[in-house]
Write a protein that binds this ligand. Structure first.
Ligand code: XLS
Ligand code: NI
Ligand code: NI
Length: 448
């Protein structure tokens, strides 16, 4: 496409500040503003995803597309793919997003054979390289879509048919190479159909072994081709399958440990998947940090009214401040980032709505970063946590942890009256007030 698609926005979106009345300006996102010694853009590394923003026409299970995405129905599929990529890079540039993410199938038409699909993908990767050079926008992560085609109806790696495993392997191998060519610092595996609809036809033992084998093959190929990026698994408890094996952070971490894969994979944690699993996003991030498996973030939100994976754009600073606090304390998210795995509502059918959505998302993560930085700088939460566990650094605590005391030793001490624990307040409300203090303190960021 030679002419522009997003004609309602003629200039890159600029910072207007909290009082700006122009809805097409940022209220909090200032990529170059320094926060705790690092620029906002380096802290957050935000990315736009291809699938929700350019590959999805606004269909749902009851209705056809409502969004204006002309490339989807173009008769010449490669011309459609090129128009889509042109519009996508035009959008990234006008928004000022430094990164993007895609599945192989988001950019390349399926064609009539795998060989044809691979040729399409290679040609479009050449195009993407050109766009990357011209715009400076680069890949945050690549991934393979091994869930849409009917061949994957019973799973990819966990399919009862090894030929389907082979097909998925071919796709992942090639997409890993494409990700390397595009300089992507991460590669994501999301097992949307690695799970079951009924246990009546499912051999859990076999499927677990198949999945582990698949993950080992990916690691092997990564090292073989010298891909320096990280491999990430994206947990999700259900949808589309009734139950998915990569249920949540802890489940995936356990699976990796059981199968000799620890250290080879980190996690891509999605806010709405956390809530679908009955956790908070804060919990999933905190678990990953505590266990050394934090990789990247899929930023979005669900709707508390129904709990589905509605993939809405993040808009709550409160929900994101504490996950960001964990991330700051862990030393940051890089080489991961914040991918907006979020889609417009079906009625948001103006072209500018895609800007409004991402402006809101960027402003929200930027503002949450300021709150998190304020919590770090004040240090009150951290001091409270240190004080709460301080006696584990004392004589008794150390002796227990270092293995110097048996159950019998401990019984002897308790029986001798040497141990008299006194309950201490957890102070939850006092701590919650500290969080609100930071939320309110950075309510109006200074222009800068
Ligand atoms: C779906 C997932 C998917 C992954 C990439 O729920 O979030 O979009 O992020 O395959
Ligand atoms: Ni999702
Ligand atoms: Ni996702």
């Amino acid at each position: 496409m030679t002419s522009e698609f997003f004609t309602g926005v003629t200039e890159p979106i600029r910072y207007g500040g909290p009082d700006s009345t122009d809805p097409l300006t940022f209220k909090a996102w200032q990529p170059n503003r320094v926060v705790l010694g690092k620029r906002m853009v380096e802290h957050l590394r935000p990315g736009v995803c291809f699938w929700h923003s350019f590959t999805w026409a606004g269909t749902d299970m009851f209705g056809t597309g409502t969004l204006d995405r002309p490339w989807i129905t173009m008769a010449d599929e490669m011309a459609g793919a090129r128009a889509k990529m042109a519009a996508a890079f035009e959008f990234f540039t006008k928004l000022g997003a430094p990164y993007y993410c895609f599945h192989d199938r988001d950019v390349a038409p399926e064609g009539t054979s795998f060989a044809e699909f691979r040729d399409h993908l290679d040609a479009l990767t050449d195009d993407a390289l050109g766009y990357q050079e011209r715009t400076g926008v680069t890949l945050l992560w690549g991934t393979a879509n091994v869930f849409t085609h009917p061949r994957y109806q019973a799973g990819a790696a966990t399919n009862p048919d090894p030929e389907v495993f082979a097909y998925a392997a071919a796709q992942v191998k090639h997409m890993l190479e494409v990700t390397k060519r595009l300089g992507g610092p991460n590669y994501v595996l999301w097992g949307g159909r690695e799970g079951y609809d009924t246990l009546l036809n499912t051999d859990l033992r076999r499927e677990g072994a198949q999945l582990a084998r698949f993950l080992h093959l990916v690691v092997e190929h990564k090292h073989k081709i010298g891909f320096k990026g990280r491999l990430l698994i994206e947990p999700k408890p259900m949808e589309p399958a009734k139950h998915q094996y990569d249920y949540d952070s802890a489940t995936v971490h356990g699976f990796l440990a059981r199968n000799g894969l620890e250290g080879e994979y980190q996690l891509n944690i999605e806010a709405n998947h956390a809530t679908l699993a009955g956790h908070s996003f804060h919990h999933e991030v905190a678990y990953a940090v505590a266990n050394g498996v934090l990789g990247s973030i899929d930023a979005n939100r669900g709707d508390p009214q129904n709990g589905w994976d509605t993939d809405q754009f993040p808009n709550s600073v409160e929900d994101l401040a504490l996950p960001l606090y964990e991330i700051l304390r862990a030393g940051g998210i890089a080489p991961g980032g914040f991918n907006f795995d979020a889609k417009l509502r079906r009625q948001s059918s103006d072209r500018n709505d895609l800007f409004h959505a991402h402006i809101g998302g960027l402003d929200t993560i930027a503002q949450a970063l300021l709150v998190a930085a304020d919590l770090v700088e004040r240090g009150e939460l951290a001091a409270n946590l240190d004080a709460r566990y301080a006696s584990w650094d004392g004589a008794l605590g150390k002796a227990i942890l270092e293995g110097g005391l048996s159950l019998a030793d401990l019984e002897a001490r308790v029986a001798a009256g040497a141990v008299n624990p006194v309950p201490v307040s957890g102070g939850q409300e006092r701590l919650e007030n500290l969080v609100n203090k930071s939320i309110w303190a950075v309510d109006r960021p200074a222009a800068g």
